[in-house]
Ligand binder design. Structure first.
Ligand SMILES: C[S@@+](CC[C@H](N)C(=O)[O-])C[C@H]1O[C@@H](n2cnc3c(N)ncnc32)[C@H](O)[C@@H]1O
Length: 211
């Protein structure tokens, strides 16, 4: 399905998956936004699963997603929370913001899906003030060769089922390749809620400073 039309069915599935998240995943989301301050941007915000987690020290929150079905949900979530969050339609590869205009950028479970990961990371770098954080929580490629090979093999089917999600990206390396300095990195393998989700493990959570 072309990106312009979005993925109606995936938005419904994602609502359910977020509701079914276990405490380990919720904790990873909380840790990702902990202590943020000032003007923040969340890319690929989906249905707004993180919105309630931002501390009050975030004085302005901007959120983007290219999918109209996700945007509808994100706007409803912001309204429900009574929080002023500006939600805009945009892919991470082309962010509608000025250079060096954010104190933090947040990416959770989205760098697996962006069409061009390197370009998205360069855009994130562009909009971040120097030295400020990209906060991330992402599922990534297994380190073991056999498990990574399994992810490579399942990728075409996984992309179709997961609305473009790649199970096998080495996202920490891509963050460094984009010029960021990783200052905190945790590698965790939370229990998958259902067996196929084994492919979207392990996860990384951490911070990377923009140059
Ligand atoms: C698995 S969902 C995660 C949503 C949310 N970040 C979360 O943690 O719940 C992946 C999200 O990436 C979005 N997405 C897809 N392509 C994208 C792109 N090029 N740039 C930014 N977001 C994108 C999808 O619309 C979807 O909302």
């Amino acid at each position: 399905m072309p990106d312009a039309e979005g993925h109606k069915w995936f938005a419904v599935v994602w609502d359910r998956m977020v509701k079914a998240e276990n405490s380990a995943i919720r904790q990873l989301r909380d840790d990702t936004v902990k202590g943020l301050q000032g003007r923040a941007l969340e890319i690929g915000c989906g249905n707004g699963a993180n919105f309630a987690r931002y501390p009050d020290s975030v004085t302005e929150l901007q959120a983007t997603d290219p999918d109209p079905y996700m945007l509808e949900r994100a706007r409803a979530r912001a309204h429900e929370l009574g929080r002023k969050i500006e939600v805009r339609k945009a892919p991470a590869e082309q962010l509608p913001y000025e250079d060096a205009s954010f104190d933090a950028v947040v990416a959770t479970l989205v760098l697996c899906t962006v069409a061009d990961q390197a370009r998205a990371l360069l855009e994130i770098r562009r909009v971040l003030k120097p030295g400020r954080d990209l906060r991330f929580f992402e599922h990534v490629r297994y380190e073991g060769r056999l498990a990574a090979l399994m992810q490579d093999l399942i990728r075409p089917v996984w992309r179709w089922c997961g609305a473009g999600c790649h199970p096998n990206r080495n996202t920490a390396q891509a963050i460094e390749d984009a010029g960021f300095r990783i200052t905190a990195l945790r590698r965790v393998t939370p229990e998958p809620p259902i067996p196929p989700m084994w492919f979207s493990r392990p996860c990384i959570q951490g911070r990377a400073a923009a140059p």
